[in-house]
Design a protein around this ligand. Sequence first.
Ligand SMILES: NC(=O)C1=CN([C@@H]2O[C@H](COP(=O)(O)OP(=O)(O)OC[C@H]3O[C@@H](n4cnc5c(N)ncnc54)[C@H](OP(=O)(O)O)[C@@H]3O)[C@@H](O)[C@H]2O)C=CC1
Ligand SMILES: N[C@@H](CC(=O)OP(=O)(O)O)C(=O)O
Length: 340
Amino acid sequence: MGYKVVVAGATGNVGREMLNILDERQFPVDEIAVLASRRSQGTEVSFGDKTLKIQDIEQFDFAGWDMTLFAIGSDATKKYAPIAAKAGCVVIDNSSLYRYDPDIPLIVPEVNPEAITGYSKKNIIANPNCSTAQMVVALKPLHERARIKRVVVSTYQSVSGSGKEGMDELWDQTKGMYVPGQEVEPNKFQKQIAFNVIPQIDVFMEDGSTKEEWKMVVETKKIVDPKIKVTATCVRVPVFVGHAESINIEFEDFLDEDEARDILREAPGIMVVDKREPGGYTTPVECVGDYATFISRIRQDSTIDNGLNLWCVSDNLRKGAALNAVQIAELLGNRVLKKG
Ligand SMILES: NC(=O)C1=CN([C@@H]2O[C@H](COP(=O)(O)OP(=O)(O)OC[C@H]3O[C@@H](n4cnc5c(N)ncnc54)[C@H](OP(=O)(O)O)[C@@H]3O)[C@@H](O)[C@H]2O)C=CC1
Ligand SMILES: N[C@@H](CC(=O)OP(=O)(O)O)C(=O)O
């Protein structure tokens, strides 16, 4: 016996990846429904070798469905997630709407699977921000060994983090650079994204940081340890898929780079690629379609007593969103609903 599963936002980048990953990982699905807005009603999406027809979320009755994976943005989530949760269908939400609610668990299964028990307070589970997800997979095993005091992270985030429109803007602007008369003005992004980098993701906060940076700080505390201090600079780069991060970590105890490499090699969800030779590291284009968080360039930071630097790359649509959501669904199934 399997589950009755709903995917909301199934026409989007994340929703389509959710369907691919549910199929790839042979999640025990008895029945599946795919939802999006009314404008997509009747359009078709693939699920393994099947073709499914999109239903209008507005008209959908969530009663009798076990779980629903949401990737429709915060505004639509605010409207529909409470309806699903109230109907007894557990919501696994990709938006930032519920992440900071103390009564809603925020889960990265490799890091804090035990938090799953908190789902029943509201029947909702939150999936973290894409940049947070890959970073905490790397931080957790190192924290267990040497206690992290402070993290300085700079991100290099692909345009797929801002949905289909972001990918189209990079594509069209890039083409427009070569075809006279086809220049494309910034629309989704604040400035030109083709052949450029933009140090702003999401809106500005009062202290001068952006909301994306704030999310990395607050979410790391909720998922790993409230004592960890994080300072982040989040940057959009002209890459289609795959987020990269340069991470500097200060520990309470000394941690040798070789031991850190060994710890990371053994840690769940991580692939270490760290050869000190040209090309002996992972770049975003190489992580696309993969489940792993890739760690490279592990080295001592000799400017402080207990410091390490590393380079972290992962597919933001997978570990940063759809894969993590499916892993949460697996956790919910294995530890709570126990039907599969
Ligand atoms: N965990 C994370 O870090 C990440 C989270 N996300 C979350 O997932 C969401 C979707 O991202 P992504 O797939 O990249 O975005 P896309 O723009 O590619 O897709 C958006 C999806 O949301 C649907 N949608 C939009 N508005 C509504 C509505 N009012 N009612 C029903 N469905 C609606 C769209 O349906 P239609 O085609 O009908 O318009 C489409 O399926 C993001 O907004 C974000 O909240 C995304 C990336 C990473
Ligand atoms: N903000 C991320 C993607 C995203 O949707 O994040 P969030 O779920 O925190 O809004 C990016 O642009 O790369």
